[in-house]
Design a protein around this ligand. Structure first.
Ligand SMILES: C[S@@+](CC[C@H](N)C(=O)[O-])C[C@H]1O[C@@H](n2cnc3c(N)ncnc32)[C@H](O)[C@@H]1O
Length: 229
């Protein structure tokens, strides 16, 4: 089963190129390791991770499914929508044949820290995109990634909250090195910071500015077309 085939028809915002990158990172985690996803929605990225993970790798998906912070401009909780996301999530995982490869923790990430063991070899963050929760995810969950482990995060240099959280806690941190990005999926490795790593992140800021303009124009209905991911 390829990641691209298995997520066909599964709603979500992860592009095929981003799925391919995530799949590679998941496949690189060795048996006995652990992959943690924050923000599963209807299972698009969960299926990528679970179908790529080697046997013996634990895959944990954290999502409260209460309909809050679902996607662009959908912040407040909408329980009925959350419940339908949950049902679709379970059905999509079953249809992809990975239901028994995923341990779903139905809680907000801030309440789930005690539900997951250390270390986390691949941390994939795509949960609440507001600054506070995004910062909390990067700092508290990121601290559990050991040297050589990977942090991948969606909507980097695209969402204001996620980008500010990254600039504050990761870009200038001595403990994260930027690997690169596929659209808004940014990848970091737990390793000493390098000057090149900081410079390459700062070089993404004009792209961030462009994305903000696109979003403003979309909200004001001055343009139609896809939200930047
Ligand atoms: C952008 S969607 C995730 C998309 C998903 N990764 C995919 O590939 O389709 C954001 C998800 O984060 C979840 N979420 C919101 N607040 C959260 C929190 N505090 N902790 C974990 N997940 C959260 C929402 O329920 C929603 O399903």
């Amino acid at each position: 089963m390829t990641a691209t085939a298995s997520i066909e028809g599964v709603e979500g915002w992860l592009t095929d190129a981003q799925a391919a990158r995530l799949r590679e990172r998941a496949a690189a985690v060795r048996a006995g390791g652990r992959i943690v996803e924050i923000g599963s929605f209807r299972g698009r990225s969960t299926i990528v991770l679970a179908s790529a993970a080697a046997e013996g790798v634990e895959v944990v998906a954290i999502d409260p499914h209460i309909g809050s912070d679902r996607g662009p401009q959908e912040i407040a909780a909408q329980p009925a929508l959350g419940e339908s996301d949950h049902e679709r999530f379970l059905a999509n995982l079953a249809a992809a044949g990975v239901a028994d490869r995923v341990r779903h923790v139905r809680k907000p990430s801030a309440d789930a820290l005690g539900d997951v063991d250390d270390p986390i070899d691949l941390l994939w963050i795509d949960g609440a995109h507001r600054y506070g929760p995004a910062l909390d995810d990067v700092v508290r969950w990121g601290a559990r990634v050991p040297d050589g482990g990977v942090l991948a995060i969606h909507d980097a240099f695209s969402s204001v909250g996620v980008t500010l959280a990254l600039l504050r806690a990761v870009t200038l941190s001595a403990r994260w090195r930027y690997v690169g990005r596929t659209g808004s999926l940014a990848e970091y490795v737990r390793a000493p910071r390098s000057a090149a790593s900081v410079a390459r992140q700062l070089a993404a800021l004009p792209w961030f500015a462009k994305n903000l303009l696109i979003k403003v124009a979309t909200v004001l209905k001055l343009r139609r077309g896809p939200w930047p991911y």
